[in-house]
Design a protein around this ligand. Structure first.
Ligand code: DGI
Ligand code: FE
Ligand code: FE
Length: 197
């Protein structure tokens, strides 16, 4: 498993615009790893591969979910959620990526989940704030990301949930669990700060 080979293979899966986004997520994830004490090499690898299956035809993504026993409930929610699980499966099958931490960061980069690892938070947040992103509230999230990973990610998930609510779409349960858990984390952290200080 050679990083240069993985770069070219990943680039070959997607149009130029998605590749530029991927490079933005790589840079941002490395920066966040340095800032918050994560592993920059794992952050780089997970970020490089996070959207591996994003540009695959939806029929191919659906087939992968059915054939390879990926969570079937995904099929009941927005198709945008599928590429994360399909991508994690694909990079293991096609390139032998077997680091479960990295695979989980790919798998949960869209939905988030309860008890996210540092690496999962870094990749998910990097996806929200890479330099190419432009949506209402992105600068606020970038500011928060200067010093508070969980706070920034909470506001990122809030923005996604808000859009889904406005559109009358379903919300994948893991996204709600991720947000609730990040708020628990924040409250516990505040309590510790109060006790400590
Ligand atoms: O693949 P990207 O476009 O870089 O970003 P992503 O993997 O975070 O995909 C985000 C899209 O998924 C965004 O347009 C919202 C959509 N989506 C649909 N349902 C859900 C959802 N995102 C989350 N977190 N939870 C959902 O239930
Ligand atoms: Fe994605
Ligand atoms: Fe992405």
């Amino acid at each position: 498993m050679n990083l240069e080979v993985l770069r070219e293979a990943t680039r070959a899966q997607m149009p130029e615009k998605r590749w530029r986004h991927t490079l933005g997520v790589v840079d941002t994830a490395i920066t966040l790893a340095h800032r918050f004490g994560g592993d920059p090499d794992k952050a780089e690898l997970a970020a490089l591969l996070h959207d591996y299956a994003k540009a695959w035809p939806i029929s191919r993504q659906e087939q992968a979910i059915r054939e390879y026993d990926l969570p079937p409930e995904l099929l009941e929610y927005d198709k945008e959620l599928w590429h994360a699980h399909v991508g994690a499966w694909a990079v293991r099958e096609e390139h032998g990526v077997d680091d479960e931490e990295v695979l989980n960061a790919i798998r949960y980069h869209t939905s988030g989940r309860e008890y996210m690892t540092l690496l999962e938070k870094i990749v998910c947040l990097a996806d929200y704030i890479e330099p190419g992103r432009d949506y209402p509230g992105v600068n606020k999230i970038r500011q928060l990301a200067e010093h508070n990973l969980e706070e920034a990610l909470t506001v990122g998930l809030d923005s996604t949930i808000t859009v889904l609510l406005e559109r009358g779409q379903r919300i994948f349960p893991l996204t709600v669990l991720a947000r609730n858990d990040l708020i628990r984390f924040r409250n516990e952290h505040k309590r510790t700060e109060t006790i400590g200080g």
